[in-house]
Design a protein around this ligand. Sequence first.
Ligand SMILES: [Zn+2]
Ligand SMILES: [Zn+2]
Length: 199
Amino acid sequence: MQMIDARFFIALYKSNNNIDIMPISLFREYAQKPLIVYHNKKEVIIELYCDECKKYNKSSLTLKSLKRPGGHRLYCYGCGRELAYLGSKADVEAMVSKHQHEVELLMHEMGFDDYFTEPFIMYELINHIHDMAEDKKIRCQCGSRNVAANIGTDKIELICKNCGSVYIVNAANQEDLEMVRKMQSITIKSKSCRKLTKY
Ligand SMILES: [Zn+2]
Ligand SMILES: [Zn+2]
């Protein structure tokens, strides 16, 4: 005899390409970052925190649609990042393994797995640095925002194209990644400040 499974499953993206799959009981409430779950009579309300935008995104799903075939993908309304998969256990597991396979394939195509000491950390860092540059959060003390990136096996060098000053972002371990994620902006220290003195 099979019991009715009153749970659905959610897969949350974490850093370093880890994905946590957790069962969510409809008879419980969840209120621990990054996930809030509660329900009213008709709907289950899911709030997911986006690390990028520093706020929660609210979705509501009817009980009936929770386990619809194929599951759901939940995105951040602010930045468009995919935050979680939701649905039946089988659907969520299938989505997670598809995602992991895609990332692995991509990294393999880019030659990441042969080249970098910590390919997943480097992958995350490159994406993050790219986003920061697009948001104009990287600049040099000389006033330039024209910055090139030189990617090493365990670090990224940010080089000011105007004065040649360098900022090194380490990419050797999880702490390096967390540190950069916490930074609001990156300022390259300019050695050419001295040049401003005229002789
Ligand atoms: Zn976001
Ligand atoms: Zn500069």
